[in-house]
Structure formats: structure tokens, C-alpha cells
Design a protein around this ligand. Structure first.
Ligand SMILES: [Zn+2]
Length: 222
């Protein structure tokens, strides 16, 4: 993607950082890791002309030390690779950590189970079981969206564009995005930064009344 395209995307999407070279932080010396984290933020901000407040560690791999680096570089939140979650971002020191619901990728059942067990996320595991251990990600997306509409929370889909390309899944992704678009009355679509803005300093999502007021304000923006 060329810089003009990134700039164009930033008109309608948050553009977060993901290091400069998709570097796995835990396999990199500290100084290099910090430069990858900090320089990625400057690079995005130079291109878009907007603040870049979110960082996603490649491969979802990081330690507490990296969290402090991310904080020092000036980010306010990270996005993890926790799957099957409908939770709001959680506070970790000065950062918010945003889990995800689904990756547009044909993970097998073992991957979903491992992802939940590694984090001790038994609610996610239980959610997977109650949704019939579906391995078809578009089908699982629809089930998770339905649960979010019914019970509240945040549905968060993510993907790597090269994986979508390699697996020929653009059409399937398009179908899921269209389905999400159809739910906008019941479920407002927010950027990651907007979701994070609804979390109080204590780490909890705003009370429902305040949240819906804020959501209304955010979603009536031109
Ligand atoms: Zn990545």
C-alpha cells in the first residue's frame, strides 16, 4: 500500500501501528524493539497528519517490558490477538488492552481452544463451545455478532490483508462486512479509538446510559 492510500484510509478508519517491519518484539533486542514501536507511530502520524494512539504487537507477542515501551512511545492502547472475546478494552497500567472476537482466517478448533487456554480466558472457551465449536469464521462471526447484539460488548474482527489475498477470501470478508453493516441500527460501528474513549480511568466501560449517549454522539458524526 502506498502512502497516499494510507492517507485516504485514515479519512474513514483509525490507522494504528504494527512496527515498521512486522517485527516480533519478543525476538528483538530492547533498543530495536523500542525503535520499531516509536518510529512506526511517527511514520503513521507523518503520513496521515493525525495522532496514532493504537499499537498492535506483531504475532500478538509482547512482555510487560514492551508494554512500558509502548506507553513511553505515547500510545494509549494496544490490540491483542485474544480471540472469541466480546469484552471492552481492559486497563493495564496507563494502557488499554483491546481483545478481539475473530480473525478472518480458517483457524481449526485446536487454535481457538489454545488461544483461550493460553490466556486463561475460560469465558471465551465457553463461548466457543456454546456456539457449536464452529470453525467457519464467517459463520462464527455471525454467531458472535448476534451474541453482542443480545448481550452487549464489543465485536472486533481483524485480518491480515495478505492472508485474505492468499486464501482468496475477499468475497467472504465482504459478505461479513455487509452483514455487520446491516446491524448498524442495533450495533453502532466505532473505531478502536472511539471504543477506548468509552472506558473510564478505572478501566470499566462507561455505565450503559452514558455509553449510549456517547455512542449516539459518536455515530451521528458526519
Ligand atoms: Zn501482523
Amino acid at each position: 500500500m502506498i502512502e497516499a492510500q494510507i492517507r485516504e484510509l485514515s479519512d474513514v478508519f483509525d490507522v494504528g501501528a504494527h512496527t515498521l517491519g512486522h517485527v516480533v518484539l519478543t525476538r528483538t533486542r530492547d533498543r530495536q524493539a523500542y525503535l520499531e514501536i516509536a518510529d512506526a507511530k511517527h511514520w503513521i502520524e507523518d503520513i496521515t497528519g493525525r495522532p496514532c494512539s493504537l499499537f498492535c504487537p506483531p504475532g500478538g507477542r509482547y512482555t510487560k517490558r514492551h508494554l512500558r515501551m509502548i506507553e513511553r512511545a505515547g500510545y494509549s492502547a494496544i490490540r491483542t490477538v485474544e480471540l472469541l472475546s466480546l469484552d471492552w478494552p481492559r486497563r493495564d497500567g496507563a494502557l488499554l488492552a483491546m481483545p478481539t472476537s475473530i480473525q478472518a482466517w480458517p483457524h481449526d478448533a485446536r487454535s481457538y481452544v489454545q488461544n483461550a487456554l493460553k490466556r486463561g480466558a475460560l469465558r471465551n472457551l465457553w463461548r466457543y463451545v456454546t456456539h457449536g465449536r464452529a470453525v467457519d469464521w464467517p459463520a462464527l462471526s455471525r454467531l458472535l455478532v448476534a451474541e453482542t447484539a443480545l448481550c452487549g460488548g464489543v465485536f472486533h474482527l481483524w485480518a491480515h490483508s495478505w492472508e485474505i489475498e492468499e486464501a482468496g477470501m475477499w468475497r467472504r470478508l465482504d459478505d461479513v462486512l455487509r452483514f455487520l453493516g446491516e446491524q448498524r441500527e442495533a450495533m453502532p460501528a466505532l473505531t478502536n479509538a472511539e471504543v477506548c474513549s468509552l472506558i473510564s480511568p478505572q478501566g470499566a466501560a462507561c455505565p450503559p446510559g452514558a455509553a449510549s449517549r456517547d455512542l449516539a454522539a459518536l455515530t451521528t458524526r458526519p
